[in-house]
Design a protein around this ligand. Structure first.
Ligand code: SF4
Length: 422
């Protein structure tokens, strides 16, 4: 694993000038009209920023000098600072981006042959607290802006040499599966996705941009009006009883509502050959039994899906364990026998904590959830320590009443999240 410290590559000065980075072509056209300029300038600026990687107006040479000067006065193109990049042994690259408000978010580039998938974050932390997810344990601070979302693509493209014509390693696919629930940041996510797919920007096919949701049904019901990108749903359980525990938003929008909404989405996309990707994280002894696989097969029988099985990736603060390989294979075989295309997601970037469910960044938590988890974890650690002290004391005959060091785990608590960012 290599680590490159690129602190303060770009800073984001707080200023009232609009940041053109996060504007779609339509929004840029409105902006140019609002400053008395022609609409076609929008396509020019979009190409400079997202295809050439140029963010300094002075270098946008097919724009008149006068307009370049005007743009420098009334607008800006700014990006979050890349605080750090890590390269994993298997070719993944993780980025830690410092955003306004004192937090940091993560994105990961995952190469696979000709394909280069960027996993992008949509929020600082997440308010939904799925029980198997490292981001959820971090609490929540705020939504990312459209500029901060698309900046993750821009910064990865620059890091990979894409703007210099490097063709070997480039972002060909984007999945909104990083930190946050994309549908809780609807407008900014939709704007950023439209920039990803715009031919004057990154030109990524709608078949290669995937939004993944844990099931915010009212927002999913609106999604067709704004995009026809691919859809993935984080299911993780074949029934409401189990899913209520793993994905708490299920209590509000149960499985039947989620699947009906997802089906409406896919029925309404112009290209009707597409399938919904169902993500199912397999957790040892929790949702990995053959009866769960059989129940899942019945649940999905009327919906065009492909199933992606993801082995749970352990992280601090979680007591869940990784599924055993032969159990995962058996689960997959049951689904395949029942006619489902079922793949197992290879764990990538494990050595840099970039695997699925491990992204955590550094969240300036408004919900105090991270603090509660740390406390709970610390108390569990103290109890464990006390229990083992009792055991060893009773075997050695020591008097525990004088033991004042039972809180020693406490001093490590603040380090728990450091694994993913350091
Ligand atoms: S799995 Fe997704 S929705 Fe659930 S807590 Fe993690 S980031 Fe949020």
């Amino acid at each position: 694993m290599t680590s490159i410290d690129t602190t303060a590559v770009e800073l984001s000065p707080a200023t009232a000038r609009p940041n053109l980075l996060g504007m779609s072509q339509g929004q840029l056209e409105e902006f140019f009209v609002s400053i008395g300029e022609k609409r076609f300038r929008a396509a020019q600026v979009l190409k400079w920023i997202h295809q050439a990687g140029v963010i300094d107006f002075a270098q946008m040479t097919n724009i008149s000098k006068e307009l370049r000067g005007k743009l420098a006065e009334v607008a800006q193109v700014t990006l979050p600072a890349v605080q750090r990049e890590w390269d994993s042994a298997d070719g993944c690259r993780k980025f830690l981006l410092r955003v306004e408000g004192g937090s940091a978010v993560e994105s990961v580039f995952i190469p696979d042959g000709d394909r280069g998938t960027l996993c992008v974050s949509s929020q600082v932390g997440c308010s939904l607290d799925c029980s198997f997810c490292a981001t959820g344990k971090q609490g929540f601070q705020r939504d990312l802006t459209a500029a901060e979302i698309i900046a993750q693509v821009w910064l990865a493209a620059r890091s990979l040499g894409q703007f210099d014509g490097e063709r070997k390693r480039r972002v060909t696919n984007v999945v909104l599966m990083g930190m946050g629930e994309p549908l809780l940041n609807f407008d900014n996510v939709v704007t950023a996705m439209n920039i990803m797919m715009d031919d004057n920007a990154y030109g990524i096919s709608k078949r290669r941009v995937t939004l993944s949701t844990s099931g915010v049904v009212p927002a999913l019901d609106r999604l067709n009006e704004f995009t026809d990108a691919c859809l993935a749903i984080s299911l993780h359980a074949p029934n409401d009883e189990l899913r209520n525990k793993l994905v708490p938003i299920n209590k509000k929008y149960p499985i039947a509502q989620l699947l009906a909404s997802a089906k409406r989405y896919i029925d309404n996309v112009p290209d009707n050959h597409r399938k919904i990707t169902v993500e199912y994280t397999l957790i040892d002894g929790v949702n990995d039994r053959p009866e769960h696989a059989r129940e899942l097969a019945v649940l999905l029988k009327d919906i065009p899906v492909k199933i992606n099985l993801i082995p749970f990736n352990p992280f601090s603060l979680s007591d869940y364990k990784r599924v055993k390989p032969h159990v995962m294979k058996e689960f997959q075989d049951i689904l395949i026998k029942r006619g489902y295309t079922t793949t197992i997601r290879t764990t990538r970037g494990d050595d840099i904590a970039a695997a699925c469910g491990q992204l955590a960044g550094e969240v300036n938590d408004r919900t105090r959830r991270s603090q509660r988890y740390l406390q709970k974890h610390s108390q569990a650690g103290q109890k464990q320590s006390a229990d083992s002290d009792v055991e060893s004391a009773s075997s050695s005959g020591t008097d525990l009443s004088s033991n004042t060091d039972l809180s020693s785990n406490h001093s490590n608590s603040g380090q728990v999240f450091a694994r993913s960012s350091g």
